[in-house]
Design a protein around this ligand. Structure first.
Ligand SMILES: CC(C)(COP(=O)(O)OP(=O)(O)OC[C@H]1O[C@@H](n2cnc3c(N)ncnc32)[C@H](O)[C@@H]1OP(=O)(O)O)[C@@H](O)C(=O)NCCC(=O)NCCS
Length: 183
């Protein structure tokens, strides 16, 4: 078995896409008739895990979830639509991006409800396994691929796994964003 991700053939970002739909039923709601956050998080984790497993062809575990904000409630009877895909793979970990919409069953109108970034790690009986690189094929996929390197550095710095000085992509971005003195 290969232990170097560079030995594995790249896989297109689109190959990892997972889309799920589910109707919000009474047992899934809180006292206000809205989908419970914990239930939504479970659905999101499952969808994102499928993307990671489609990309890597391995069993994957959630290593971290970046901040999740619940922008708009999802109501009883709405259809929850979510889509996830692997933005970028590193050595054994992958960044999975996931978006959630609430679809009104009468109008079909979709309201964006959430977005989250997950980190999944492919694991075997002896621990983490190498995963294939992602091949971005569209400008949007390339932007997500490039952003994933900076987001990975930020989450590893926050997790105490990377020194800020070694976060070169992140530091370059912060330097570029520094306001220039007015002439
Ligand atoms: C995720 C896990 C396999 C990592 O194991 P580990 O011994 O830290 O292994 P490593 O140090 O080799 O790290 C493996 C990868 O995980 C990444 N990683 C570890 N912790 C991370 C974190 N908090 N955020 C982002 N990435 C993380 C590392 O950067 C590394 O990525 P890379 O190989 O692409 O560079 C291990 O912590 C684990 O099994 N956690 C429990 C997972 C689980 O049960 N999830 C379900 C929720 S309860």
């Amino acid at each position: 078995m290969s232990h170097d991700p560079n030995d594995l053939p790249p896989r297109p970002a689109s190959a990892s896409r997972c889309e799920t739909t589910e109707i919000v039923l009474p047992g899934m709601t809180n006292g206000l008739g809205n989908l419970m956050g914990g239930h939504l998080l479970h659905m999101m984790d499952v969808c994102a895990a499928i993307s990671a497993q489609r990309h890597s062809g391995q069993v994957c575990v959630t290593a971290s979830v970046d901040s999740v904000d619940f922008r708009a409630p999802i109501r009883l009877g709405d259809v929850v639509v979510m889509a996830s895909f692997v933005n970028r793979a590193f050595r054994t970990s992958m960044e999975v991006e996931l978006e959630v919409w609430a679809e009104n069953p009468r109008t079909g109108h979709r309201t964006k409800s959430n977005r989250a970034y997950y980190t999944f790690v492919a694991v075997g009986p002896d621990g983490p396994l190498p995963v294939p690189p992602v091949l971005p094929e569209t400008p949007d996929e390339t932007e997500r691929y490039n952003g994933a390197a900076r987001r990975r550095e930020l989450r590893l710095v926050l997790a105490g796994r990377l020194a800020l000085d070694d976060a070169t992509n992140l530091m370059a971005l912060l330097r570029d964003r520094r306001p220039t003195p007015e002439s």
